[in-house]
Ligand binder design. Structure first.
Ligand code: GRG
Length: 279
């Protein structure tokens, strides 16, 4: 996706030089998969609308995602030294600058949406409200809270773990799909996007839990067995690897049935889910 990367680099040039800016760039331009932007672009692709129409919003969402990863790795949270195969932001820049870089990515994300020349004022308001709601205390932060709380409590039920996943991981996917929905004016399909985002959040989190025990540090770019070290609430505490793989297959079946059930099937969304299945 070179055009989108170039767009983000150009936008970034507006920020005055500082070590906080360097720490922000270190996180944002690390080799991430850009799944949340890809979800937005898939919604646009399905309607034949050029991806560039979503670049501002996709950058905003990727900034929020990267803020969450910087803060998630901090000693007060997961205390992970490695992210995407290299030193976590707080290891490279120190805790204070990493905290500021995360704060700056979050606050600047909203400004990026306002700078989009193609969105109407109503679309900007809708997208900013959507991003803040899904990143905030009724969204991803609530998921992170449930996750932290679970580390010091009794084993969670499978339902409680899936609820945690819906908030921690599903909310930003919901923000991505609904951002696409607002840009292409497909509000009539609101429930389809919300349901698909929920399934995707579960898929991602289940894969992440599985990869923690089945893949090496070189393959994931993260320390192996990190969830175990942090006494994380994952399905592995309740089921074996084969059972979890079964749950994952079931979530994929639901996702494909949902996509195929649409009056106008979006092949780009289907292809993205197939890519996620091949991870
Ligand atoms: C600190 C407020 C705050 C929130 C943190 C997202 C999150 C909440 C923590 C991340 C924990 C985690 C590893 C969740 C599993 C799913 C997930 C979000 C993985 C990382 O996303 P990818 O795989 O990352 O899209 P890349 O590196 O590709 O951008």
């Amino acid at each position: 996706m070179p055009d989108f990367e170039a767009f983000m680099h150009n936008y970034f040039a507006n920020y005055q030089d500082s070590q906080v800016k360097e720490a922000m760039a270190y996180a944002l331009f690390a080799p991430g998969k850009r799944f949340r932007p890809k979800l937005i672009f898939a919604v646009l692709d399905g309607c034949g609308i050029p991806r560039a129409r979503a670049y501002h919003s996709a950058m905003a969402l990727e900034m929020i995602h990267n803020y969450s990863l910087i803060h998630d790795d901090l000693p007060a949270m997961d205390d992970d030294d490695l992210r995407r195969g290299r030193a976590a932001c707080h290891i490279a820049y120190g805790e204070a600058y990493a905290i500021l870089a995360g704060d700056a990515l979050l606050t600047e994300s909203f400004k990026v949406v306002t700078a989009d020349p193609d969105l109407t004022a109503q679309q900007k308001l809708d997208i900013i409200a959507l991003l803040s709601q899904n990143a905030g205390v009724n969204g991803m932060i609530y998921g992170q809270y449930l996750d932290l709380k679970a580390q010091n409590s009794e084993k969670l039920s499978a339902e409680a773990i899936l609820e945690l996943d819906d908030y921690k991981t599903g909310c930003l996917f919901k923000a991505a799909l609904l951002t696409g929905m607002y840009i292409v004016h497909d509000e009539a399909n609101y429930h389809f996007y919300v349901h698909l985002a929920q399934i995707l959040g579960r898929i991602f989190q289940i894969q992440d839990d599985l990869f923690d025990v089945t893949k090496t540090t070189t393959e994931t770019g993260k320390p192996a067995l990190s969830d175990l070290k942090n006494h994380k609430a994952t399905l592995l505490a309740l089921c074996n690897v084969a059972e979890i793989q079964n749950k994952l297959d079931n979530e994929f079946r639901q996702a494909f049935a949902l996509i195929e059930g649409e009056k106008r099937v979006n092949p780009a969304l289907k292809e993205l889910f197939m890519q996620i299945q091949r991870r």
